[in-house]
Design a protein around this ligand. Structure first.
Ligand code: CO
Length: 219
């Protein structure tokens, strides 16, 4: 059932379509009704907010299937309150799909986080990565005690995931869901490209009492 392993350099436009045809065959072979069932509707219990990095695909690294995870990805898994794309995904997944878990998943070695730690101009993306510099400023004292570049990068990845998860908690969408008695938890995870392992940052929020007073919405 597993798709054949192919080197990234061998991927071609035609190859993608062939891969699709192969995959359809595999899935139907395992379950002839697979696509009928899948097309009937989706009830994913999880919203994933992750990095666009090609090496961190939500389904593969959690051993899940199509239909299991609702996904939003952007460069460096940044959550900002003015991002209509993210807010729309969040609103739909919480209020329509009624997901039970929202997971912000960063990853060590994140190019976006590393770019934010440096001073080099990259381009338009610098404006996006400014949000990570804001996270740095909040945690400046801790970050300044670290001199080793890899340790600094790793910690920044963790802090960025933690702050993004806090920004999810601080939305009126999540707080209203809790006020309405909806079961919903928000988590921060970090994935290791080197080992494939996910580490739970253990900062999960489960209700209105987990919201910092400065961000509590009057309900
Ligand atoms: Co990344």
């Amino acid at each position: 059932m597993c798709a054949k392993t192919i080197e990234t350099k061998d991927i071609t436009y035609e190859g993608l379509l062939q891969g699709n045809a192969d995959w359809i065959q595999d899935m139907i072979q395992a379950d002839p009704d697979y696509f009928d069932k899948l097309s009937a509707g989706q009830h994913p219990p999880v919203l994933w907010i992750g990095c666009s990095d090609s090496r961190v695909p939500a389904n593969q690294i959690t051993n899940t299937m199509p239909g299991d995870i609702f996904v939003h990805r952007n460069i460096a898994n940044v959550v900002v309150h003015t991002d209509m794309n993210l807010l729309s995904v969040l609103d739909y997944s919480v209020n329509v799909l009624k997901v039970k878990h929202i997971i912000v998943c960063g990853h060590y070695g994140c190019g976006g986080v590393n770019a934010a730690l440096g001073n080099k101009q990259v381009g338009i993306i610098d404006n996006w990565l400014r949000h990570i510099r804001d996270v740095y400023r909040v945690h400046q004292l801790e970050m300044e005690t670290m001199k080793d570049p890899e340790k600094r990068s790793n910690r920044m990845v963790e802090l960025n995931a933690i702050e993004s998860a806090a920004n999810v908690v601080n939305t009126s969408i999540v707080q209203n869901a809790w006020a309405n008695g909806q079961e919903l938890s928000v988590h921060a995870w970090v994935y290791s490209l080197r080992t494939g392992k996910i580490t739970d940052m253990k900062v999960s929020s489960h209700g209105i009492n987990d919201v910092h007073p400065a961000f509590k919405v009057s309900l």
